[in-house]
Design a protein around this ligand. Sequence first.
Ligand code: ATP
Length: 514
Amino acid sequence: MAQQEDVFKKIVSHCKEYGFVFPSSDIYDGLGAVYDYGQNGVELKNNIKQYWWQSMVLLHQNIVGIDAAIFMHPTTWKASGHVDAFNDPLIDNRDSKKRYRADVLIEDQIAKYDEKIQKEIDKAAKRFGEAFDEAQFRATNARVIEHQQKRDALHARFAKAMNDNDLDELRQIILDEEIVCPISGTRNWTEVRQFNLMFKTEVGSTAEGASTIYLRPETAQGIFVNYLNVQKTGRMKLPFGIAQIGKAFRNEIVARQFIFRMREFEQMEMQFFVKPGTELEWFQKWKQTRMAWHQALGFGAENYRFHDHDKLAHYANAATDIEFHMPFGFKEVEGIHSRTNFDLSQHAKYSGKKIEYFDPETNESYTPFVIETSIGVDRMFLSVMCHSFEEEQLPGGDVRTVLHLPAALAPVKLAVFPLTKKDGLPEKAQEIINDLRFHFNCKYEEKDQIGKRYRRMDAIGTPYCVTVDPQTLEDNTVTLRDRDTMEQRRVNIADLRGIIEDEVSITSLLKKLL
Ligand code: ATP
C-alpha cells in the first residue's frame, strides 16, 4: 500500500514537471481541489474527449451532441431535486478540526474488512499452493466467516441509514465501529450534518435586481431542458441520445487524491431516451458498450469492474459504476444510471410545458425513460496517467521514466530530431515536420544529445521519434524509434506517414469498438 502511495505521489509530480497538470493559481500556492491543464495535459485531455465524442456521435446515427450553458434558470435545480437533496453527510473531528464525509469514513471501514479477508485468502493460497480452493476456504475458514459476517452486517446497516437519510444512525455507526480520525487518532466526533454541494452566485448588476443562480453540478440538466428542442428540430425518433461535454462544479467537502475529486471538473454525459418498459434492456446494453469503450484502450480487463449501487437515487431503477484500478484502489470513473422519466416529468411539472414523445408507431404520447452514461474527463485522465506511468529498469542498470500512453491519446505523436545542429540537418528535420504536421501532432527538438531527447519524449508518452542524420541527406531515410520497445529501424521519409498515421489516430481506437 505504502508503495502504491509512493507511485501515486510520483505520478502527481510527474504531471507537474512535464506540463500535464498544475495546481490552479500556482504562484499563489494553489486553490484547493482546482487544477489547470498544461501544454501536454490539454492535448491528452482533448484526445480523451475526442475519443468519447466520436464514439458517441460518429458511431451512433441516433446520438447527437449539444453544448448547453453552464448557467441555467434557477428553477432547473429545484425541479431536478438538487436544491433540496444534493447533499453529502459531513462530520468533523473536534480535536483535529478536520472535516470528513461520514459515508466515506464508513465505506473505508467496509474496505478494511475486505482487506482482512483478502489477506487471509492470500496467506492460505500461498500455504496450499496449487490445491487451494478459494470458494471452499471462504465458506469454511472461521476467521474469514467472522470478518465476512461483520462486513455484511455493517454494509446492510450503512445502506439502510443512507437510504433513510438517517444522520444520527450514520454517526452511531462511526462510533460503534470505533472509527478514528486519521489525523488526531481520536473518536471525538461532532454530529453529522447535510451539506449542499452546489456553488451559488448572482446574475444581474443591482442588488435588488440580482437573482441567485447556481453553477451546474452536472451537465445532464442542460440536456433534459433541451430534450424538446433537439427532438423537434432534429426530428429524432426514439430511441435516441443527446451527448454533451462540459464543466461541472461541486463544493466537495474533502478534496482528495489530486484530480480524482475536484471542485471544478469536466463531464462527458449522454442521455439516451427510450420507450418506457425497455429501459432495463438499454441499461444492460449501455453497460456493455461503455465497458468496451474503456477496454479498447488496452489497459487489461482485470483493471475494471462494475459496482452496482446499494443506494439508488430516488428516481433511479438501476445504477452501476465502472471502477478502474487506481493506485489507491478500485475507484469510480463512470456512472451508468437508469433515471426513469423522473427528470423530464419534473421539468414538465415545474415549467408547465408538455414534455413528451409522440410515438408514430403506436399513436400514443408518453414521457420517455432515460439511460444516462456519465464519465468524468479528469478521472479518465487520471486513470490513463496511472496506468501508463512506469519507471522502467533498463538492462544496463539505468531507469527510464516512460508513459505508455495509448498512441491515439498521446499529446505528441512524433518527435523529429536533427542529430546535430549543422550541415543542413535542422532544415531537413523541419521539412519532415512541415509535411507531416497536417496529419498529426509533431514536435521539433535539437537541444542535448539524442539519448536525452528520447528520454524527454518517453516522459510525455510520445510514441515515435525520428532522427535525421547525414545519411538522410543522401538517401532520404531516417531512424524511427519506438517508445515502448526502444527499437530503432531505418525507414524512408516517404513511408513515415503511412507507418504512423493509422497507429496514432482516434480512428484506430474507434475501429476496435465496432
Ligand atoms: P463520487 O461518489 O465519487 O462523488 P458521484 O457518484 O457523485 O461520484 P456522479 O454524480 O455519478 O458522481 O458523476 C458522474 C461522474 O463525474 C463520476 O463518475 C466522476 O467521473 C465524475 N465526477 C463526479 N464528481 C467529481 C469530482 N468532484 N471531481 C472529478 N470528477 C467527478
